[in-house]
Design a protein around this ligand. Structure first.
Ligand SMILES: Nc1ncnc2c1ncn2[C@@H]1O[C@H](COP(=O)(O)OP(=O)(O)O)[C@@H](O)[C@H]1O
Ligand SMILES: Cc1ncc(C[n+]2csc(CCOP(=O)(O)OP(=O)(O)O)c2C)c(N)n1
Ligand SMILES: [Mg+2]
Length: 351
């Protein structure tokens, strides 16, 4: 494809290209290859899960504004969230550290403190990695493995017409946190983080910033859903609700109708978006990085799940699946339906 750039093709176009080009390059023990939250390999007594996501300075985190301990925890959280979205349990991790040669060792030590803290929290351990010099930016990649009982993993591809679309927690909080980080000066940020003012609003803002710094992946919820077989398809919200819903629809070969009124817009998102003159609903739909779980389930299984996790993490039915060819529709407040791409951008894409 001479003359075509990665920007022309886009992130998902490129992944599709690689996936199709090497479709036949596959050992017989590969259960799920390119195209889901994690790869799944049959190792005998259980399925081994493997995933890899990175944090790039200026793209995912800001080294001059975010304490490195949080960025280390963030690196773990974004990977652990993919294991949760498969219904699995994390095991071992390797870190590829790529930094310029003037980097402070104390900065790196703190970054690693965060990595190990994050791994211990999810019951995984660091077993190796790699170091390389870069010409400018700091880039950390984590490779995380996990396990799931055979046949208990939840892929992106099992949603059926009639299933409910459910999301955990609230949406738009990470976008609110990032916006605060980019707009506030260091002193105001410090004040919010120290909680020196005792108003409820400051708590909301602090919460949003910390959520952006280092989100808490939904490990218990994901594992429960997997072990009890309570979802037919699942993904985590990294690129944005619309984009990640689209992944489920395309993989499952069904359409979904999202009901705008039922989107759980985070309180901090409503507050910050209003302050900067943006639409909170659009942030909730496309902001991404909330690392909530998004899944297709039946009415009966939702009821069971809600009884256990409803009051702990919050679970909202935000739409339903129907026959179709992999499209996302938005039901407007007046009852009409609009194809999602005409309503808003679908979410984050790297190119
Ligand atoms: N550069 C790449 N080469 C091969 N596979 C890739 C590459 N980038 C992503 N993938 C695969 O494409 C799928 C989707 O990746 P991605 O969109 O990053 O998902 P996630 O949001 O779960 O991290 C995964 O199976 C991932 O392993
Ligand atoms: C400084 C900064 N600008 C913008 C963002 C927003 N952002 C960066 S990557 C991303 C999407 C998720 O990251 P990605 O690497 O695509 O993770 P994956 O979907 O592969 O899990 C978003 C919303 C950010 N986190 N930090
Ligand atoms: Mg990824």
């Amino acid at each position: 494809m001479q003359g075509l750039t990665i920007k022309d093709l886009g992130e998902f176009g490129f992944i599709e290209l690689i996936r199709n080009r090497f479709r036949h390059h596959r050992r017989s023990d590969v259960v799920v290859g390119i195209g889901d939250d994690v790869a799944v390999v049959d190792v005998g007594p259980f399925y081994l899960l493997a995933t890899c996501d990175g944090q790039v300075e200026g793209v995912h985190f800001l080294s001059d504004r975010v304490p490195p301990r949080y960025s280390g925890r963030r690196l773990v959280a974004v990977n652990a969230s993919d294991i949760a979205a498969m219904g699995g349990t994390p095991l071992w991790a390797l870190v590829a550290m790529n930094v310029p040669d003037h980097t402070d060792v104390s900065y790196l030590e703190e970054f690693y403190e965060g990595i190990v803290e994050g791994l211990e929290k999810i019951g995984a351990s660091l077993v190796g990695g790699n170091c390389s010099r870069t010409s400018r930016d700091t880039v950390f990649d984590l490779f995380l493995t996990g396990r799931v009982e055979k046949g208990r993993m939840v892929t992106r591809s099992g949603a059926k017409p009639g299933d409910l679309l459910v999301v955990s927690g609230t949406l738009g909080r990470a976008r609110a946190g990032l916006t605060l980080l980019l707009r506030k000066d260091a002193e105001s940020l410090q004040k919010i983080l120290e909680g020196s003012s005792r108003s409820g609003i400051d708590d909301l803002l602090k919460n949003a910033i910390l959520h952006y710094y280092a989100p808490e992946p939904r490990m218990e919820l994901g594992r429960f859903i997997g072990s009890e077989g309570l979802a037919r398809a699942m993904i985590d919200v990294s690129d944005g609700l619309l984009q990640d819903t689209l992944h489920i629809c395309r993989s499952s070969g069904v359409d979904v109708v999202i009901d705008l009124e039922s989107i759980p817009v985070d309180e901090s998102c409503a507050l910050v978006a209003k302050e900067v003159g943006e639409d909170p609903l659009e942030w909730a739909l496309t902001g991404g990085e909330d690392y909530e779980l998004l899944f297709a389930t039946t009415q009966k299984d939702f009821k069971r799940l809600f009884e256990i996790f409803g009051s702990v993490v919050g679970l909202n039915v935000i739409g339903y699946f129907r026959e179709g060819s992999g499209r996302v529709w938005i039901r407007m407040n007046d009852g009409s339906e609009v194809s999602a791409e005409f309503f808003a951008s679908m979410g984050w894409t790297h190119f």
